[in-house]
Design a protein around this ligand. Structure first.
Ligand code: G4P
Length: 269
């Protein structure tokens, strides 16, 4: 997902998505369940306004269950919406039946679908998991166009093998922070320390007991103190004995992304 988004890339990605949209009956918009609002790019509302859309919250295994239900209700006011975990395939078996109902196909031919979403929401894994084999070709190079292949998902649904990538949209720095935490934008924009600084403040506000539960720290302190204590606990030292704060930050972020600090949704209600 190593993309630097420039206006030329965005334009090309948009054009490619628009061309591919002409080929399909249903659009599957993949969002990250940990930030369903922030991982939606409104450009999709413009380019896919005429197609039935299924909204899928992926990575539901890492998100707060209550907030997933809350956001699913909100999103389903506009389009059908469901939550899945592509790693364990939980929720995926419902998808063929849902898209079949949504599509306006009357001739008995398979329903054609394509997956669209911003980087790292799990498009490739989702396609592979739905197809039950490794088929997804990475769509992560903006503007690369190739011959399209259709993947059979059961007898009645076909999926384009190349997911459409949309660029992450974040005029609001808070949205940018959330996208950085879920690794939808690369660390060229926010440094790991910046992301983790914000993340510690967020966790101190919403779930201050994580530090005790995961690292045995007994007081919630400032971000730097927490990084220092975690580094000390994990034995991350620089030559000379100082704590390696960068390594501690990388570690905290990795553990958060893996769900080891708990299951969280960054877009609150
Ligand atoms: P993309 O095409 O949208 O860019 O995303 P991709 O499928 O490459 O998935 C990005 C990362 O998210 C991968 O992890 C993938 O395993 C993980 N992922 C995708 N869907 C889910 C899900 O439903 N639940 C969880 N927990 N993780 C998911 P990675 O660490 O980059 O790669 P890997 O080591 O897992 O292969």
């Amino acid at each position: 997902m190593n993309i630097q988004w420039y206006p030329g890339h965005m334009e090309k990605a948009r054009r490619t998505a628009e061309q591919n949209l002409k080929l399909v009956d249903v659009v599957i918009e993949l969002l990250d369940a940990r930030a369903p609002l922030s991982s939606h790019n409104p450009v999709l509302d413009k380019i896919a306004s005429k197609k039935p859309r299924l909204v899928v919250f992926n990575k539901a295994d890492l998100a707060d269950e209550k907030l997933t239900s809350y956001w699913l209700k909100k999103f389903s006011q506009d389009s059908p919406a469901l939550a899945v975990d592509s790693k364990s395939r939980k929720g995926l078996p419902y998808i063929p039946g849902v898209v079949e109902k949504m599509a306006r196909v009357r001739t008995g031919r398979p329903v054609k679908c394509m997956v669209l979403g911003i980087p790292n929401v799990g498009k490739s894994l989702f396609i592979n998991a739905l197809a039950k084999r490794k088929v997804a070709r990475t769509g992560n190079k903006p503007g690369v166009t190739r011959g399209q292949q259709w993947i059979k998902v059961g007898k009645k649904v076909q999926l384009l093998d190349t997911p459409g990538i949309l660029w992450p949209k974040f005029e609001d720095p808070e949205v940018g922070f959330r996208l950085a935490v879920i690794a939808a934008i690369k660390e060229e924009i926010y440094s790991v320390e910046d992301i983790v600084f914000g993340l510690i403040e967020w966790l101190n506000k919403y779930s201050p007991c994580v530090w005790e539960k995961r690292y045995g720290l007994y007081s919630s302190d400032t971000p730097v103190e927490i990084m220092e204590q975690v580094g000390r606990k994990r034995g991350f030292f620089l030559a000379g004995g100082k704590v390696d704060l960068n390594r501690a930050a990388v570690h905290i972020l990795k553990e958060f992304r893996e769900g080891k600090l708990g299951f969280f949704t960054l877009d609150d209600s």
